[in-house]
Each structure stands twice: as C-alpha cells, then as structure tokens.
Design a protein. Structure first.
Lengths: 393, 171, 163
C-alpha cells in the first residue's frame, strides 16, 4: 500500500454566511490537506426575480429595480438600462446629459472600486483599509445625495435624460472629490503596494491566463489583469466615451496583485475622465425633447397645459416601442454589463435580460482557486469583485 | 465587418440561415437549430473573424404573441470579436413542446453557467451539457419562472385590517 | 432614609433588572451578516463617518454563536430563508433582531415569486427600520430604539426573552 492511496480528501462548506464571501455566496471546497482540489460555487441565495419583475412594469418603472442589482454601482446599471431603451426608441440625448452621465458613472466606478479595495484588503488582513476607503466613499455618496436625494439607490438617470437638473453646488462637490480621492489613493498605495504580507498573499495567487480568461468569458479588470485589451468604453464606445481621453490599464501575469494594480489605475483614469467631463460640461436642457416618450421638465409641467398632459400620459400609459430587440453593453466596474431588451410592441418590456458581469466572472472561480491553498480562496473571491445582487438578480 | 460576416455565414451555411435582421443597426441571424453548433465552431476557429468571446446566452418566450408561430422559445447567443471589436447575435427558435438545443459548453466555458441559468429560468434543455441542474432558484421551486405562463406571484400586503388572515396570494 | 444612608459612597443601589439591562445594552455584539444593498449601508454605519462604536458595538461577530443582535440587512429570498432561520436559532439567548430596510420588513419593491415578504414570517423581529436602503442615521435610530426596548426588559420574563 502506497502513501498515495491512503490520501483522503475533505469537503468543506464555505458560506452562505461567511464574512469573506461578500454576501451570500456558498462555495463547496474539496481539500487535500490545505490544497483545494475542487471548488464548486453555489449561487442563488439572493435570487430576486428582477428580470421577471421588470416584465410587469412600464419601461420607466423598471429603472428602480435595476439599481438594486449591482448595489455598489447603481448609476452604471441605470445607464445601461436607459441606453438600451433609448437605443430601442431611437432617442438622442442632449450634450449636457452625456457629460453628466459620463461624469457620474466614472465616479460610480471609483466608488465601487473603493469598496472593493477596502473589503479585499480587509479579507487578507489589512483591516484599516476598509475604514480609509469608506471615508473617501462618503464624498461620492454626498454627491449622489445632492443630485438625486438618495444615498445609494439613486435612479438618477432616466430615459432620455436625468431625473433633475444638476445641483447648484455640483462643481464644488466634484472638485472636492477630485482633490481628496487621489490623495487617498496615494495613501492606499503606500500602505499596500510594498506591503510584504499583501504581496505574499496576492502575487502568484489565482492566476488565469489570457486564453482561459477569454474562454471563460470573464470581463472587466480580471480580463485586463491577464493582459487582454478589452474595455467596452474603447471597443464599442457608448454615451460619448469616444470624446474622452483615457487609457486602459493592463496587467501581465493575471494574478490577484495585477488585478489590484489594474483597479487602482482604473480609479485614476476615472478621475481623469471625470475632470474632462466637468471641464467640458455644456449648458443646456437636462432631458431630450421627445413628446410622448420623455417626460417634459418639471417646470413646464407646472406651467404648461400640453406638458402636463404628456406627463400624465407617460406616467399612466407609458410609451410603445416598435417590435424588436436591442442589446446594449456598457463597462460597469465589474465588467461588461449588458442589457438585452425585447419589445413586443406593448408598453411593458417583453423581456429584460441583464448580462451580469459578476455572474460570468464568478463562473471562472474554480479555475482561479484549484491548486491553491484554502486561505487563497478568500483572496481569489475578493479579487473577482462579485456583488451577489447582480450574480443572482 | 457586417458584409464580411454575412458573406462568411452565407457561403458556408447557406441552408442554415432563415433570415437576417438589422434592427437598430444590430446584426442578427436567425438560424435553424441543427446548425448552431457547427456555425459557432466555425466562427470560433476562424482566426480571421476571431469570434473567441461568447458574451451572452439568453432566451425569450413568445407565448401568446403572433411571433409564436415560428416557435415559442427563442435562444439568443451574443458573440464578440476581440480583433474587430464587433458584436452580433445568433437567434434560434425552438418549438414549445420540445425546447432542446445543443450545448456550447465544449466550445466555451462561459456557456456552462449561462446555459444552466437558461435551463433553470426558462426550461430549455441543452444536450451535451455536463451538469444541467438548477442554479438560481431553490430546489423545491417547480416550473420555470421566466416563462410567460408562470405567474409573478403577487402577495397582498398585510395591514392592521387583514393581519389576522393568512396573506392572499395573487397568481 | 433608612438603609441607604448607612452604606458607603462606592455602592450604588439599583434593581437587578436595571443592572442587567444596562450591561446588555451597552455591550451589544451585532452579527456581521449582510444580504443585499442594506449591508453596504450597514458597513457605512460602522465606518468612520457615522462610527457606530460610539454606542458600544464596534465589533461585528462573524459567528452567530458569539452575537446577540442580528441585523437582517437586505432582501431575504426563499432560498435563503431556511438559512436565516437557522442562523437565528444558533444565536444564544437573549437575542434581538433588527429588520433593516423595506425588503427585509415587507418585501419592498420586490413582490414576486422569489422574495420572502418580510423576514418576520420566519423569525421574530424587534425593530423595523424603514427605507430603501435606510440612511445610517436611521439604522442608528433603530438601534437606539432597541436600547430603549431592552431597558424595559425584565428578567422575570420567560428565558427565551420573547415571552
């Protein structure tokens, strides 16, 4: 009898309540000693039926449910949905809306990555990062609140424009963010980049090659961490991204540390885009003028009879797009977020399908963790940056 | 790119294509279900077109709509070419009584979870899938929630006047 | 008057109830358990700007066996419901539950096949915090209301604390 044949593997269940799974993910691990032989993620513990719910609502009223998918980046979800419906209806939005949307979604990316860097560093032992990251995040939340009146679930982007005009102190608040967050980023880099423990726990951990990454369909920082240059903002520009000057950071090794570097650099690029958008912000209306489809501005509703009638009709009956289906992809902080909206000619979506980046990225988890140590599973889950609300929908 | 792709598909799989659709400048091909695997394999292995990226698999239910005549279910595949930065859709219609289609898992690993999700929520079976089981819904949930004949299940909220009775569920 | 005048200054007379309730409410150990969007606001509440440590609850326990306050932060799906119930049962007595947000309290915007319409269908809830998601101030207010409730508690009640 050899030593080999005596080896037994052990099954360990991780989650759905586990502090490092970022929600209600359950992973079944098969261990040989401390090495992971097989990992099987089980999902669905937050299945909300968002796609089904959206089918029962008018096009307008489906925007709030999109907020609650990727709750770390609500504005990105709003943007994807609104762009898809606008594509379906053939609506062109005013220049100011484009700039405001770009600015706010880029700050959303920063916000999402801040939560990521906080929780990811917390998982692998750097507790204080969480506190610092949340400190900076509050600045962006303040801006959200000034714009939309809500801290997280903003529903600020509407079909054909914005919910309200930008607030008066918008520039001031954005400038504050653009000043304070880069300072914070420098601090984080000083804390983490050359931190021995952080490097030991991330370099060479959870490696995925470019070939595998493409075959697994992963997008976002994970794909770019492996060196594949695919960013929806550059590949198929939407919402006027071709007007902005930014770079797509790429990693080399495809390990957890490279993904960390990619995200940190992405935050800096986002700040760059936000700066350009703020400088170039034109004056103008905050909603497109498409009677019967886009809500007229509130001031007009209160003073003009015709606007009031349109407002009433849109709110009660909605609008009817032509029969057909569109797919609109955007680059959310997690990757390619796509909305597939099919219309059957009625005033409700026939089908609203979300292509969830976290869901597809999570399906590559076994590839990342198998062969690694059990403690690295946490680092890998953290580096994928999953949001269970989006995975399960 | 549009013409190049059209030429490739029409020259190699002339009998497979039912029609081409260009709604809102978005190319999509309706194809017969027997040819799906072949077409995808050809597209994946063609280094010139370079459709190595399967970004999405989803499905529709046309129950009660005039489109139902062509087949109740529709499965949609979205392919992306990293080289040409070009995205297009493949759509396959399936009959309501026998919604079965070939699995693309041997070609793309992405297909694994996406097909499981379609199976779980829409009840379309993929032959050749290694592990076609429920993924999102609880094990005891019967039926396929995204089908049009599955009710949204609205539960009447309980207030002080009806808190004594069990909640009414509208299917 | 009477006995109280005779005792030294370092001794305070009170009832056992008050003493126990005071210590319980000032060392509450919440259970670090997030479900959905509200969990992020819960984290914000623990983060520097709002700093829940001011109320004696900075330590989130990752295990239910060490916790006495469960904050159900987010929507409870029907797949998750049995697990939430089990986690609640694993917590030692006395234990309290805050249902944070509209989804946990009544299903919120998701009235459909997948979501449990209120976590109070499976576990007893002490405080409901409205909002979608509630602001950190709202959660804090809910926690302070829970303190008031604990103050009124009595040891003479049944041991499960929920008489």
């Amino acid at each position: 009898m050899t030593v080999e044949s005596k080896r037994r593997t052990m099954n360990i269940n991780m989650g759905p309540q586990h502090p490092a799974t970022h929600g209600v993910l359950r992973v079944e691990l098969e261990l040989d000693g401390e090495t992971v032989v097989k990992a099987t993620p089980h999902i669905g513990y937050l299945h909300t039926g968002i796609e089904k719910t959206a089918e029962s609502k008018l096009y307008y009223k489906a925007i709030p449910v999109t907020d609650r998918m990727d709750y770390l980046a609500p504005m990105s979800n709003n943007l994807g949905y609104c762009l898809a419906v606008e594509k379906l209806m053939g609506i062109e939005v005013p220049e100011k809306v484009i700039y405001a949307r770009v600015l706010l979604t880029e700050l959303t990316r920063v916000m999402s990555h801040l939560v990521w860097v906080g929780t990811h560093a917390l998982d692998i032992g750097a507790m204080s990062m969480l506190l610092y990251a949340f400190r900076e995040r509050e600045l962006i939340i303040d801006l959200y609140e000034a714009c939309a009146g809500q801290r997280m679930m903003t529903t600020y982007f509407r079909i054909g424009g914005l919910a309200y005009d930008l607030p008066k102190d918008f520039d001031e608040k954005v400038n504050k963010i653009l000043k304070r967050v880069p300072e914070g980023l420098k601090d984080y880099e000083r804390l983490l980049n050359d931190n021995k423990i952080f490097r030991k726990r991330t370099i060479g951990v959870g490696v995925i090659s470019a070939e595998d990454a493409i075959n697994c369909g992963v997008t976002g920082p994970i794909l770019r961490g492996s060196g594949v240059n695919y960013d929806v903002r550059k590949a198929t520009p939407y919402c006027g991204y071709e007007k902005f000057d930014f770079e797509v950071p790429l990693g080399k090794n495809g390990d957890t540390y490279d993904r960390y570097l990619v995200r940190m650099e992405e935050m800096k690029q986002s700040m760059r885009i936000a700066k350009q958008a703020l400088d170039g912000m034109p004056e103008g209306p905050y909603r497109a003028h498409v009677p019967g489809v886009v809500l007229p501005p509130k001031e007009d509703v209160l003073s003009k009879m015709e606007s009031l009638i349109f407002h009433f009709k849109i709110i009660t009956e909605g609008f009817k797009p032509p029969v057909g289906a569109v797919y609109q992809a955007i680059e959310s902080p997690k990757g390619e977020l796509g909305f597939y909206i099919s219309s059957d000619g009625t005033n409700k979506p026939h089908r609203m399908r979300v292509r969830p980046p976290s869901f597809v990225n999570l399906s590559a988890l076994p590839k990342l963790v198998e062969g690694n140590l059990v403690a690295d599973v946490i680092a890998c889950i953290g580096s994928i940056d999953i949001v269970l609300g989006e995975v399960d929908r | 790119m549009k013409e190049k792709l059209r030429e490739f598909i029409e020259s190699n799989f002339k009998e497979a294509v039912i029609r081409e659709d260009n709604f809102r400048d978005q190319q999509s091909f309706y194809i017969k279900r027997e040819y799906l695997y072949e077409i995808c394999e050809a597209l994946l292995n063609n280094s010139d077109l370079d459709f190595r990226f399967l970004s999405e698999i989803t499905s529709l239910d046309w129950l009660g709509h005039e489109e139902e005549k062509a087949g109740r279910f529709e499965v949609i595949y979205i392919l992306f070419s990293l080289k040409h930065k070009y995205r297009f859709l493949i759509k396959v219609r399936l009959p309501g009584d026998n919604p079965v289609i070939d699995s693309l898992t041997p070609l793309w690993q992405t297909a694994n979870w996406l097909e499981r999700e379609v199976y779980d929520l829409m009840g379309i079976e993929f032959t050749g899938h290694p592990n076609l089981t429920k993924i999102l819904t609880p094990d005891d949930l019967e039926g396929f929630p995204l089908r049009k004949d599955y009710p949204l299940t609205y539960e009447v909220p309980q207030f002080s006047y009806n808190k004594e009775e069990p909640p009414e569920v509208i299917l | 008057m009477g006995l109280e005048e005779k005792i030294p200054d370092s001794i305070i007379l009170t009832t056992l109830d008050k003493m126990v309730n005071w210590s319980r409410k000032r060392s509450m150990w919440p259970f670090g358990f997030g479900l959905a969007c509200c969990a992020i606001e819960m984290m914000s509440t623990f983060a520097p700007k709002y700093d829940l440590a001011r109320f004696g609850m900075e330590i989130m326990r990752p295990s239910p066996r060490q916790a006495d306050l469960m904050i159900v932060a987010g929507r409870v799906s029907k797949k998750m419901a049995p697990i939430v119930k089990r986690l609640y049962e694993q917590m030692p007595n006395p234990k309290w539950v805050i249902s944070m947000g509209a989804c946990a309290s009544c299903g919120g915007v998701f009235n459909n096949y997948a979501i449990l319409q209120g976590v109070d269908k499976i576990i007893p809830v002490d405080i409901y915090v409205p909002g979608c998601p509630p602001r950190p101030e709202q959660l804090m207010d809910g926690i302070l209301k829970l303190y008031e409730k604990i103050e009124k508690d009595s040891l003479r009640k049944k041991p499960d604390g929920k008489s």
